[in-house]
Ligand binder design. Sequence first.
Ligand SMILES: C[S@@+](CC[C@H](N)C(=O)[O-])C[C@H]1O[C@@H](n2cnc3c(N)ncnc32)[C@H](O)[C@@H]1O
Length: 263
Amino acid sequence: MTCEAGVISFIGAGPGAADLLTLRAVDRLARADVVLWAGSLVSSDVLRHCRADAMLLDTKAMTLEDVTAVYTEHPRAAIARLHSGDPACFSAIGEQIDWCVQHERAFEIVPGVSSLGAAAAAAGIELTVPGVSQSVVITRLARRTTAALGPGDDLVAYAAQGGVMALFLSAGDPERLQATLLSEGSVYAQDTPALIAYRVSWPDEQVVPTTVGQLAAELAQRSITTSALILVGAALRPGARARRSHVYDPSFSHQYRPSGATP
Ligand SMILES: C[S@@+](CC[C@H](N)C(=O)[O-])C[C@H]1O[C@@H](n2cnc3c(N)ncnc32)[C@H](O)[C@@H]1O
């Protein structure tokens, strides 16, 4: 499905910078008649890819009903709906997809650069570190939104598993976040590395390496309560890698290098 008349394109707008969009996203924006963008998280810089005559609507104060009313009012328009980062996580496209299915409206999803990838890039690190951990848990600390959690969504249980934890939408309650990460049974300790990635790729970006024990103080000192991704885990420790990767190891054969080392 391409961005055609009557199609709604749910587009990953990336973390902020207007050049961190996919070519497909730029193509859809250049063709869209109506563009809805979440001004609370999506940079207005991204709108430079839109047509000068496109209708631009900021959704930050809108409800789902307001948004779908726009879809109903423009049944034959090419609509671009921008969501920050990549729409696969914490973007609320699920309920819009349900609406599209219910109303037999064609849609497509254009993936984007998640703040997770953007944060790791800004910090200059890989999140899966051979010999340390190969798992990243994408989750959040809930406050007023606890009803969104599923029965197994328990940060304390995830903290007992280890690996890297990527905490979206969680900077607003730093003391509870830190206490949860250090709760009994957690593999994280006071000196476990943590990273605060604030407004990555925006002009006021901050990328702050710290520890789980210093997390709350560091967030408070910088007055960071929103727009931050928090990463924790032993894999973030500089020089943490315990071994090199298998894939480029001459002693490790695989489908494309069956005999191990290249001749
Ligand atoms: C509603 S969620 C959207 C996440 C988005 N779908 C993504 O892939 O990044 C908003 C949260 O994503 C994270 N986030 C989004 N953009 C960010 C950025 N530029 N820098 C750091 N964190 C960001 C923050 O945790 C923020 O609270």
